[in-house]
Every structure is written in structure tokens, then in C-alpha cells.
Design a protein around this ligand. Structure first.
Ligand SMILES: Cc1cc2nc3c(=O)[nH]c(=O)nc-3n(C[C@H](O)[C@H](O)[C@H](O)COP(=O)(O)OP(=O)(O)OC[C@H]3O[C@@H](n4cnc5c(N)ncnc54)[C@H](O)[C@@H]3O)c2cc1C
Length: 363
């Protein structure tokens, strides 16, 4: 060992923790916030070079469904928006400041390739060497796993196919005919934008469900909360909108006024130059934008043998049933009520941190 070079023991020490959190998006930060008052040593490993998680990849004009005060992580409210609901860049600035404000120990870019069992804990094989943890919290989100349904003839289609995960602006679609597939908020917002420069056809499995004009995403959250509470109390859940119902953002209202929000049911198959509908009609299409959602990004957990055929991990609360040293936060309802939202992830992060403390701090 030459002067200034860390010894193997020191290196090992820098990579040995009670808890390693994988992913430094909003879910990882919320878990970090809750762990920082414990006596547990922990680190957050994030694959991206900068803070902000998936929000860094969101399209340029994206706006939240709800005002800042209803879109905050634990401890610190998002600063009030300037006009309308917060923009992507306002969310990014908030997440960057949040990390600094609470001095969260995030290392980046560090990608976790795999998590493996060992006798002393869990070994994380990463782009920064091996880490050892007594427990792991996975908060890797869904952005890396865009889901695209399969339609016959799809491979022959010669036009562009883009998932909403990679959509940034309407600029490449000028004067084209664009098929927008999907019935949720991503589809509605992208349709509203692309519809200004291109001919659009909106394809949804069922007629889209729009919220009334005078409410925003808070209503979805409140209704979902009422349903969750009824369920917890063993009562019949009240009927309500789903978190996927379309919020009438100003751009979506404008698109409606232009007659752009008429949706049709899916086509039968692709051809090299377009699509064929059930009645045999063919339409020329230049591009398809798939707004068809995401799946959890869990490949790094494969060696633990915890991934079920449905692509999820079986959990009680947020704790894996098959690997009790593993917790999962932020992926959606299956890892806690509204856990894939800024305001909802706090609850599951708190619960997870208290389980980790109960499990690890005592021993
Ligand atoms: C179009 C759209 C609009 C939305 N609007 C709202 C809204 O209005 N309000 C709201 O509350 N929510 C909204 N959401 C939902 C939600 O807030 C986001 O999906 C959120 O980014 C999820 O946070 P996360 O921390 O779980 O995952 P991510 O933000 O994806 O963060 C995960 C991090 O983990 C890293 N990572 C992944 N794999 C590894 C690995 N193997 N090793 C190391 N690091 C890894 C990633 O690089 C990333 O930095 C919206 C989502 C979308 C797609």
C-alpha cells in the first residue's frame, strides 16, 4: 500500500453498513430521511450521476397533478409553485435541495448489479465494488422498465415507436400522423402537446375516465385515502376514481376544446406503414407513442430468488417474505398505499425505517 491509498480494511469499512438503500429517487430519499435519526449506519447508492431520480427523464413540459404543498416528502414542504402546479424542473430542484438539507449520504453514480446472500448479510455487487449490508432497502422505481404491449405485425412496422419514458418534446413529430396508445395521464398530457403539431389518433382499451374540471390530483389522493382507510377498518370501500384517472390540466382542457380527446379502441394489427382496424380499414401512421406504463425495476434482486412470476416481490408491508433482510419501497400500491407518489411515499418510508430499527438496532 502506498501513501494516500486506502487499505483494504479501510475500503471494506467504507462499504459495510447496517442498511444499504438502492436508488436515490424520492423513495430512497424518504427512507434516508427516516433513517438518519436512528443509530444505524446507512448509505444510498444511486445509479444516476445527478439527484432527482426518474424526474430527470420526464418530458420537458411535465407538470404535477397537485400543488406543491400536496406533493411533498416528509419533513419539508416543496416550495410553493410560481403558477399552476409544479413543473418537472421545480420537482428536480426540490429533490436536489432535500438531499442537501438533510445531508443524506448518497453515493453516485453507483449502480447495483446484483444482491446476493452471504452468511454475514447481503452482498451488493456494484460499479463501485462490493458492499456488505445487514439489510437492504430497494427503491429503484419503475422508469427503467417501460412496458409495451404486443400487437401482431409490430416488428414489421417501419415508423418510430417511442415509449413515454423517452418522450421529451413534440418537436420530432411535426406534420406527422401519430398514434398515442394508453388511457392515463401520460397519454393525455402527451396527446395534448403532440396534437398541436401533428395529426393524432388516441387509442385506449376503454373509454378514458376524466376527472371534473374543478379538481386536481388531490382529489384522487383523498378518495384513495378514504378507500384505503375503509379497507383497513374492514368497511366496504366507497366507490371512487382511481389514481390513474385523467386530471384536466390546462393543456388537456385546451386539447379538449380543440376536439383532440376523442379516443378509439385498439387496432387489430400493424402493417409496415401503419395499422389495420377491426373493420379492415388501414391507416397510415408515422409514429407510435406508447403511454402504457411501467413495471418494477428489480433485475438486481434476481439472485435472491424473490421475484415472483408476476414480476413483483411478495411482501408483508414493505418486507420481503422470502428474504427477510430485504425491504421494497416506492413501487406502487403493492409496496404501500400511494407509495409511488411524492406525498404517499413518506408513510411507507417511516414504517420501513421503524422495522429496520426494531430489527437491527436491538441486536
Ligand atoms: C408522467 C408521470 C407523472 C407523474 N406525476 C406525478 C405527480 O403529479 N405527483 C406524484 O406524486 N407522482 C407523480 N408521478 C409518480 C412518481 O412520483 C414517480 O414515478 C417517481 O419518480 C417514483 O420515485 P422512486 O424514487 O420510486 O423511483 P425513481 O424516481 O425512478 O428513482 C429510482 C432511482 O434508483 C436508481 N436505480 C435504479 N436501479 C438502480 C440500481 N440497480 N442501482 C442503483 N440505483 C438504481 C435510478 O437511477 C433512480 O435514480 C408521476 C410519474 C410519471 C411517470
Amino acid at each position: 500500500v502506498t501513501a494516500g491509498e486506502p487499505t483494504r480494511a479501510a475500503q471494506q469499512d467504507e462499504r459495510t453498513f447496517d442498511v444499504v438503500v438502492i436508488g436515490g429517487g424520492q423513495a430512497g430519499l424518504a427512507v434516508g430521511y427516516e433513517l438518519r435519526r436512528s443509530r444505524l449506519s446507512f448509505v444510498i447508492l444511486d445509479a444516476q450521476p445527478q439527484a432527482g431520480g426518474a424526474w430527470q427523464q420526464a418530458w420537458d413540459s411535465l407538470r404535477l397533478f397537485s400543488p406543491a404543498r400536496a406533493s411533498s416528502l416528509p419533513g419539508w414542504l416543496m416550495p410553493p409553485e410560481r403558477n399552476g402546479t409544479p413543473t418537472r424542473d421545480e420537482v428536480l430542484a426540490y429533490l436536489r435541495q432535500y438531499e442537501v438539507r438533510y445531508a443524506l449520504p448518497v453515493r453516485r453514480p453507483v449502480r447495483v448489479a446484483s444482491v446476493q446472500k452471504s452468511e454475514t448479510g447481503l452482498i451488493l455487487v456494484t460499479s463501485d465494488g462490493e458492499y456488505l449490508a445487514r439489510a437492504v432497502v430497494s427503491t429503484t422505481g419503475t422508469w427503467q422498465k417501460p412496458f409495451i404491449p404486443h400487437y401482431p405485425g409490430q416488428e414489421q412496422f417501419r415508423g418510430l415507436q417511442l415509449h413515454s419514458a423517452h418522450y421529451r418534446t413534440s418537436q420530432p413529430f411535426g406534420d406527422q400522423t401519430v398514434l398515442i396508445v394508453g388511457g392515463g395521464n401520460s397519454a393525455a398530457q402527451i396527446l395534448a402537446e403532440v396534437g398541436q403539431v401533428a395529426e393524432t389518433i388516441w387509442v385506449t382499451l376503454e373509454p378514458p375516465r376524466f376527472l371534473p374540471d374543478d379538481v386536481d390530483g388531490r382529489v384522487l389522493f383523498e378518495q384513495a385515502t378514504a378507500r384505503y382507510q375503509a379497507q383497513q377498518a374492514g368497511r366496504e370501500p366507497p366507490p371512487a376514481s382511481s389514481l390513474g384517472d385523467i386530471v384536466m390540466m390546462p393543456s388537456v382542457k385546451a386539447a379538449r376544446a380543440q376536439g383532440l380527446l376523442e379516443a378509439v379502441r385498439p387496432f387489430a394489427r400493424f402493417t409496415p406503414g401503419g395499422v389495420v382496424w377491426d373493420d379492415g380499414r388501414e391507416t397510415h401512421i408515422d409514429a407510435v407513442i406508447w403511454c402504457t406504463g411501467f413495471r418494477p425495476a428489480l433485475d438486481h434482486l434476481a439472485p435472491l430468488g424473490v421475484i415472483e412470476p408476476n414480476g413483483r416481490v411478495q411482501v408483508v408491508g414493505t418486507r420481503s417474505v422470502r428474504e427477510p433482510r430485504l425491504w421494497l419501497v416506492g413501487y406502487g400500491e403493492w409496496t404501500g398505499f400511494a407509495s409511488a407518489t411524492l406525498i404517499g411515499v413518506g408513510r411507507t418510508a417511516r414504517m420501513t425505517a421503524s422495522e429496520l430499527v426494531a430489527e437491527l438496532q436491538a441486536s
